[in-house]
Design a protein around this ligand. Structure first.
Ligand SMILES: Cc1cc2nc3c(=O)[nH]c(=O)nc-3n(C[C@H](O)[C@H](O)[C@H](O)COP(=O)(O)O)c2cc1C
Length: 169
């Protein structure tokens, strides 16, 4: 079993998937992991919508400038969050999504955050009640290609001591 640090370093955004469905047992594990994310006042404003319908995936992908590959994934999960349930719905939803993504990595599954999902057309397609926003729609499946990690800024650029700009290293 990988440890948490390994999982963090090994997770990649996966854009190509095998044509294979994820069993419910694994799906439930990633959703449970998302539910165990911290949330403001433990409000848990999130919900998760599994999307397997090929036509729907295609119609959603048509609306996403950087998510065209969604039309070819075996399934996707829309992570949604309610502004009526938490003032910090965006933060809560983002943390739950990261938990889901790390759990997926641990289980040998891939995910990818896709931006610009919170569109009225997509909300209508998913029948979202008033007050719910889409945090992201991520594919969930077995990676066909796992890319190398895109580089990160050097630690010296992001780590300060006592005040902004005072380099720690
Ligand atoms: C808020 C956010 C929006 C993103 N939007 C997209 C997107 O629309 N399409 C996409 O292919 N990847 C998207 N990504 C994935 C990033 O490109 C990716 O996380 C980054 O390049 C680092 O690569 P890695 O996730 O493999 O470490 C997004 C990531 C985040 C956190």
């Amino acid at each position: 079993m990988k440890n948490c640090i390994d999982t963090i370093f090994e997770r990649r955004s996966i854009r190509r998937y095998k044509n294979e469905q994820v069993p419910d047992e694994l799906l439930f594990q990633v959703i449970r992991a998302a539910q165990y994310a911290p949330s403001s006042w433990n409000r848990q404003p999130w919900r998760f919508i599994v999307i397997r319908d090929r036509e729907k995936l295609k119609r959603i992908s048509d609306l996403l400038p950087y998510g065209k590959f969604l039309s070819r994934v075996p399934m996707a999960i829309a992570i949604i969050s309610s502004e009526k349930e938490s003032d910090l719905w965006l933060v809560d939803g983002a943390i739950a999504t990261e938990n889901l993504m790390l759990a997926a990595e641990e289980l040998g599954l891939g995910t990818c955050w896709i931006a610009e999902c919170d569109r009225e057309e997509i909300k209508k397609m998913l029948d979202l009640p008033d007050g719910f926003h889409i945090i992201t729609i991520t594919p969930l499946g077995y990676p066909e290609i796992k890319p190398k990690a895109p580089s990160r800024k050097k630690i010296e650029e992001v780590l300060f001591l006592e005040k902004f700009g005072e380099k720690y290293l």
